[in-house]
Design a protein around this ligand. Structure first.
Ligand code: GDP
Ligand code: GDP
Length: 465
């Protein structure tokens, strides 16, 4: 399965240079129908072991009239819509211009996968521009020199997991085949640059229900499935061995990772326990939102804690659901105990929603649905750079950073580099000297002041220059 990459950006940043480098002589036919692809070039690209189609929004260099911006916008939008992933390029020597910001805006709204390249980055003259590029809020800029062929490794490193994701998605349409989510090849935090605020049939919200055997995972999935129509495709619900099911849940298109099939294959109990851990692991990697399903009678067992912690470390949004609530007699006290245990045993998931349900009767499933959507929303949250920096100066004033060996650590600038989960970058002096406690102070502050309960928050410190 191949995919399409569009290189977009204002004229003269080096798009064609990169295009030529990726394509070499393998240029595809260009449609000469006026107005159709005149401004778009297409080629078969190679990068390491990756093969893909690349689109270049060339042909704009000549446009000097007032309508340049309008044309650029339309052309970019078309390229973005044609592509699976966009490489947005800026000129690191010039730095970020207002037109670049306009592009970033289009891409944030329109493209599921955006990578950012700061080109012409050979040499120190580009350093300031690369740092500025962080502020576009499109993740870590790839330092690139299209002309000298530098930074292609980093481009590969960002592209490769996406390529895997596209391949896995294509495989979804094959019924009864278990998608082999190779653990090594799976998407890493830093590669998550997509944002999909509203789940659609084409891009359903990916949910995994994890928990120890007998927690009620199959019952829960069946209940949701039984009450809702299936969305599309032969993979949906027909066979219990399918790896994922597509359906609509209260109007939300979802894809739910179903571990039931694999579990049923296990013959002996011992094997079953082991399988359900690696099973849960795959499910977590697959998911956007992880539902940790507990059995109310035996909540927060070692295995539950492990999988919840894993979900946090993998940067997934987490919702904790306590099942079999129908047989619980002292609901009030039980709930209080559960909340207390949750805070104590899973402090890394502070504020994550805890919902009581009965998979058997269906009670509470509407609240679970809402909690999932809220968690997804928080996971996608983005805070503007201006707001963040106002916030940062308040935090610094309230509680100044330490001065190890008499040298005060200066925090200069902060920006949100990514979402899903929210990731922030602080430019500072002596990042290696920053104590963990001060980072925690900032993370907890972010969580509280920007209303991001439950979601993992990443904070990266960067030295400047
Ligand atoms: P496009 O309009 O975005 O397609 O830009 P081009 O690929 O035509 O490049 C514009 C100019 O930037 C050309 O003069 C290139 O030689 C130059 N250029 C492209 N990549 C680099 C680079 O990595 N470093 C430097 N210094 N110049 C580059
Ligand atoms: P899984 O191993 O996590 O998939 O768990 P199952 O869905 O197979 O459920 C294990 C057992 O718990 C079954 O006997 C279910 O009938 C029972 N069960 C599941 N959900 C509930 C519930 O909400 N209430 C009650 N009372 N029993 C449940």
């Amino acid at each position: 399965m191949s995919f399409t990459l569009a290189i977009v950006g204002r004229p003269n940043v080096g798009k064609s240079t990169l295009f030529n480098r990726l394509v070499g002589k393998r240029l595809a036919l260009v449609d000469d129908q006026p107005g159709v692809t005149r401004d778009l070039r297409e080629g078969e690209a190679r990068l390491g072991d990756l093969r893909f189609t690349v689109i270049d929004t060339a042909g704009l260099e000549d446009a000097t009239d007032d309508s340049l911006q309008g044309r650029m916008r339309r052309l970019t939008e078309r390229a973005v819509d044609m592509a699976d992933v966009c490489l947005f390029m800026i000129d690191a020597r010039t730095g970020v211009t207002p037109i670049d910001e306009m592009f970033a805006e289009i891409l944030r709204k329109r493209s599921a996968h955006v990578m950012l390249a700061a080109n012409k980055a050979e040499g120190a003259a580009a350093d300031a521009g690369v740092i500025e590029a962080w502020g576009l809020g499109l993740g870590e800029p790839i330092r690139l020199s299209a002309e000298h062929g530098e930074g292609l490794n980093d481009l590969y490193a960002q592209l490769q997991p996406l390529a895997d994701e596209f391949a896995a998605r294509a495989d979804d349409h094959t019924p009864e085949i278990e998608v082999d989510l190779d653990e090594d090849a799976d998407f890493e935090d830093g590669d998550e640059i997509s944002r999909t605020p509203v789940p659609t049939a084409a891009k359903p919200l990916q949910i995994a229900v994890v928990g120890r055997p007998n927690a009620g995972k199959s019952t829960l999935i069946n209940k949701v499935l039984g009450e809702e129509r299936l969305l599309t495709g032969p993979e949906a619900g027909i066979t219990r061995d399918a790896i994922s099911l597509r359906m609509e849940w209260d109007g939300t298109p979802i894809r739910i990772f179903d571990t039931a099939g694999m579990r049923k294959k296990a013959k002996v109990q011992e094997k079953l326990e082991k399988l359900s851990v690696s099973d849960g692991l795959r499910a977590v990697k697959f998911a956007e939102v992880v539902v940790v399903l507990l059995d109310a009678a035996i909540p927060f067992e070692q295995q539950d804690l492990r999988i919840a912690d894993l979900a946090e470390r993998e940067g997934r949004a987490v919702v904790v659901a306590v099942n079999k609530w129908d047989v619980e007699e002292h609901k009030q006290e039980k709930l209080r105990d559960l909340k207390e245990a949750f805070d104590r045993l899973l402090p890394q998931l502070r504020g994550a929603p805890l919902v009581t349900v009965s998979a058997k009767t269906g009670r509470g499933l509407d609240r679970l649905h809402d909690a999932i959507l809220r968690a997804y929303d928080v996971w996608n949250r983005r805070v503007s750079t201006a707001r963040l920096n106002r916030w940062l100066s308040g935090m610094l004033e309230a509680h100044p950073p330490p001065a190890p060996q008499g040298k005060r650590i200066k925090l200069r600038y902060m920006t949100q580099a990514k979402t899903r989960p929210p990731g922030f970058v602080v430019m500072c002096s002596h990042p290696d000297k920053m104590p963990e406690s001060y980072s925690r102070y900032l993370v907890n502050g972010l969580r509280q002041d920007f209303d991001m309960p439950g979601t993992p928050i990443r904070l990266t410190l960067r030295g400047q220059g």
